[in-house]
Design a protein around this ligand. Structure first.
Ligand code: AN7
Length: 326
């Protein structure tokens, strides 16, 4: 079901599916355990393999951060030069540091992710092989999330996915559709796309019954990974949600922060804000049946937004005194 047998790999995929205590029949597919800490590694392994096979020497991506971190690592592994276009001031620190550590050339642009992606599409592809999610190989790799969920759980009733550029929800739906075509899924899951309220071109359109997104010029949310106003894969994502009988939903930044805190303190799962958005949606929707929330990235990616936990650091004087034998 995958196009290539072997290639560039860092051992991506095979992530844990963990039962959550936050709601009955809720499972977390925790993508934070991938080699660079997000689901992007699944698609990047394939994308970089194809780049190398097509004799590219350079790759390029626009990114809110995770795509950059992943492209930088896989390009390093493949011996390719990597250019990453990042929106200045809009990228979580951990991701920026990863891109630099793996030796990518970083180009900070003024504006949001959407502008960076436009630069890649208009000019970048002349200089280097593009690895954004309009590259179909990225989505081929990411559809393995569906295969892994199926292997452990069969076909759930709902799969909830945070949506930014709308590639991942399209990829996961493609994976389930293929399982259906093989007669493996009798009833395909409903796909739920989650956006942050301040960056919700698809969710707002969906609420109003529109068939195309209401693009956002200045997307605003604590979840910098999904701070995207013009999702390039919107037609595929819209089709995924429509065909599956699912929905788009917008969650607030405070719901995201609360879901992040609950996931961490009750389930032991550290998610970055965009990753926790799927859990925020699960807690809001309270649907019945088996629900899988895809938690797309690791908490360590974005330590700066975790104010609440830092405030809660308890310096236990009493135990220290005991340990010191005082
Ligand atoms: C943690 O890295 O777009 O809807 O440039 O990092 O497939 O875009 C990141 C996206 C969800 C949304 N969760 O996935 C990038 C970038 C996390 C993410 C998404 C992203 P898509």
């Amino acid at each position: 079901m995958l196009p290539l047998g072997s290639g560039i790999s860092l051992g991506e995929g095979g992530t844990p599916l963990v039962e959550s205590s936050l709601s009955s029949n809720l499972y977390i597919k925790f993508e934070g355990t991938n080699p660079t800490g997000s689901f992007k590694d699944r698609g990047m392994a394939l994308g970089v393999t194809v780049a190398r096979e097509s004799r590219a020497e350079k790759v390029i991506v626009a990114s809110t951060g995770n795509t950059a971190a992943s492209a930088a690592a896989y390009a390093a592994r493949a011996g390719l030069k990597c250019y990453v276009l990042l929106p200045r001031g809009n990228v979580a620190r951990g991701k920026l540091i990863q891109a630099a550590l793996h030796g990518a050339e970083i180009i900070m642009i003024n504006g949001f992710f959407d502008t960076a992606l436009r630069y890649v599409l208009e000019h970048g592809t002349k200089y280097a092989y593009p690895l954004n999610s309009f590259n179909p190989w990225r989505l081929e790799g990411q559809k393995t999330i569906a295969f892994e969920i199926y292997e452990e759980l069969g076909c759930p009733d709902y799969v909830i996915v945070p949506v930014g550029n709308a590639g991942n929800i399209s990829a996961i739906w493609k994976g389930f559709r293929e399982l259906g075509e093989l007669g493996l899924c009798r009833k395909l899951p409903r796909m739920v796309g989650v956006q942050a309220e301040g960056a919700a071109p698809l969710a707002v359109a969906w609420q109003r019954g529109l068939k195309s997104p209401l693009f956002v010029d200045k997307p605003k949310t604590i979840a910098s990974a999904i701070r995207i106003g013009r999702p390039i894969n919107w037609p595929k994502a819209m089709a995924a949600v429509e065909q599956s009988g699912g929905l788009f939903i917008a969650v607030s930044d405070s719901e995201i922060a609360e879901a992040q805190r609950l996931l961490a303190s009750r389930d032991g799962i550290g998610a970055e804000p965009a990753g926790a958005a799927s859990v925020a949606a699960a807690l809001r929707l309270k649907v019945s049946g088996t629900v899988v929330a895809v938690v797309t990235g690791h908490a360590l990616k974005d330590p700066d937004v975790i104010e609440i936990s830092v405030r809660e650091i308890k310096d236990s004087r009493e135990l220290l005194l005991l340990l010191e034998g005082a």
